[in-house]
Design a protein around this ligand. Structure first.
Ligand SMILES: Cc1ncc(COP(=O)(O)O)c(C=O)c1O
Length: 503
């Protein structure tokens, strides 16, 4: 069951394709009498077909009251067919969405087409001011913002950056208003770019008194305890807040343990900060990298001052893209990490820095084709929204956890058996288990073995982790391109590894 609202509907996909086609081939009058007319028509038609066929999946497999498992798998098989790995030989099954995802083939083709076109005319007239490429990048931002539920007209609160690492560092490296004796509240399971990066900022220059870091531990949160109430979990954060707290900075879902801070907890923290005028300078930052594309995040955007994510993970977007949403009332608290051109190819004077998230996009020349493809990625999601991809991510993870439990694996990620509401609130698509190697001989880690040493021709790309043997762990993160049979194969292979490599 999915308890959040779905991605915002986007009514503009055909107008974006038309705009794209106008830029690539010329407007109606310009191409009417040329050979490009046919090419342009074919381009538009191919995208219409793509979107119609995606929308058709939902029509062919309507939601049923008592879902039929075979039907369900057939539906997701249709999605899987859109990814190149499915036709590769050998098939390397991707199951590491927390790290990097394959993109749907149609989006890779689109990005490549743009890139060819871009290289045919690299004139500044196209790339600056109101040039056509700039218009498309602006439109891309608008479509992405709409997908995040950002109010129309406020898309400049959304910076498009390289990745989540950069976004997190805008926050911890960009804030320069420290006066001493202040504090930052972290969760120990934050990604290093939102965790150790704070320590680096704190200690840089030799001192360690710029601010104090107050860490909330997972033991305190006790997210695996089914009886734990949202209020109790939220209290672990709020009891550390005082009038010197400048940031609460958390990962919404941990890439390590897969633990998720429940939506209700995030709302309580947000309301706590907003309910006390003494906390006006307390900034709530959310790293939503394990959430964006794994489920809807509109509610998160509404309950924070800033939010980051990479787009090349669960969101299935082009490589080296990420987002940073910033509340415009907070943007001026941050010095941009890079001070370079905007799309006017102009470096603003200091006093003229943009007062919104655009100040974080003064980053010089960019890969515009990638940025424009992001609009198509969002449109792709809009088309499959009715399939409820967020629920599928949780369904896959729960199926995996059940199988692992049945096979006596020690699961680190919260798992509540049949309780689908709790499963979804306390985790998303990440599943981590303990996978200690034998102390003897030169045995392979599960991470290496499952990729390199296929049994039954199955090779799986998962994620390693943990420290030296015997404390190793292994992570699988199935996504909408995976099928239940992938999970069956993964667990069979894990069991085989255990038989060979543990004893
Ligand atoms: C929660 C979280 N934040 C940030 C990052 C950094 O992502 P990137 O390497 O795409 O910048 C990751 C990477 O796995 C992550 O899991």
């Amino acid at each position: 069951m999915n308890t959040e609202i779905p991605f915002e509907e986007n009514q503009h996909e055909s107008s974006f394709i038309d705009l794209l086609a106008d830029v690539m081939f010329g407007t109606g009058e310009e191409v009417a009498a040329t050979a490009q007319k046919e090419e342009k028509d074919n381009f538009i038609q191919s995208w219409k077909n793509e979107f119609e066929s995606l929308a058709g999946i939902a029509e062919n497999f309507p939601a049923k009251e008592e879902p039929d498992e075979a039907d369900n798998e057939e539906k997701w098989q249709e999605i899987r067919k859109r990814f190149g790995f499915n036709n590769a030989n050998p098939v390397i099954i991707p199951m590491n969405a927390a790290n990097l995802c394959p993109e749907p083939d149609s989006l890779i083709t689109a990005a490549n087409n743009f890139r060819f076109m871009f290289n045919k005319d690299v004139a500044m007239q196209q790339r600056m001011g109101d040039g056509e490429w700039v218009t498309l990048v602006r439109e891309s931002r608008r479509i992405l913002a709409e997908g995040l539920g950002i109010e129309s007209g406020k898309e400049n609160n959304l910076a498009i950056l390289r990745n989540a690492s950069e976004g997190n560092n805008v926050i911890n490296g960009g804030y320069q208003k420290w006066t001493g004796m202040e504090n930052v509240i972290n969760w120990e399971e934050n990604h290093p770019t939102n965790n150790q990066a704070w320590e680096l900022r704190q200690k840089w220059g030799g001192g360690d008194d710029r601010f104090e870091i107050r860490r909330v531990t997972s033991q305190e949160l006790d997210l695996k305890n089914a009886n734990r109430k949202d209020e109790e979990i939220a209290r672990c954060f709020t009891r550390k807040i005082n009038d010197k707290t400048r940031f609460i900075s958390i990962s919404e879902t941990s890439n390590g343990t897969g633990e998720r801070i429940p939506p209700g907890v995030i709302k309580i923290i947000w309301e706590y900060i907003n309910g006390d005028p003494m906390l006006n300078d307390c900034h709530f930052h959310i790293d939503a990298t394990m959430a964006y594309g794994a489920g809807p995040i509109n509610q998160l955007v509404k309950h924070c001052h800033s939010l980051v994510s990479s787009c090349h993970k669960w969101f299935l977007g082009p490589k080296e893209t990420g987002i940073l949403y910033m509340d415009p009332n907070k943007a001026e608290d941050f010095v941009p990490l890079i001070f370079a051109y905007d799309y006017q190819i102009k470096i603003p004077n200091l006093g003229e820095l943009p007062r919104d998230a655009m100040r974080f996009e003064l980053i010089g020349q960019r890969d515009d084709a990638n940025l424009i493809t992001l609009a198509l990625t969002q449109t792709w999601w809009n088309e499959i929204n009715t399939l409820n991809p967020g629920a599928r991510v949780v369904e896959l993870a729960n199926y995996l956890k059940k199988k692992l439990e049945d096979n006596n694996w020690d699961i680190i990620t919260p798992y509540f058996g049949e309780d689908s509401v709790l499963n979804e609130q306390r985790s998303r698509g990440i599943v981590r288990v303990r996978a200690p190697r034998s102390e003897r001989n030169n045995k392979k880690s599960l991470y290496e073995w499952i990729y390199e040493s296929p049994i039954n021709n199955v090779q799986i790309a998962g994620g390693g982790g943990g420290d030296e043997r015997p404390r190793e762990t292994f992570r699988l993160c199935p996504h909408i391109y995976n099928l239940m049979e992938d999970i069956d194969k993964a667990v069979d292979n894990m069991n085989a590894w255990r038989d060979i490599n543990v004893k």
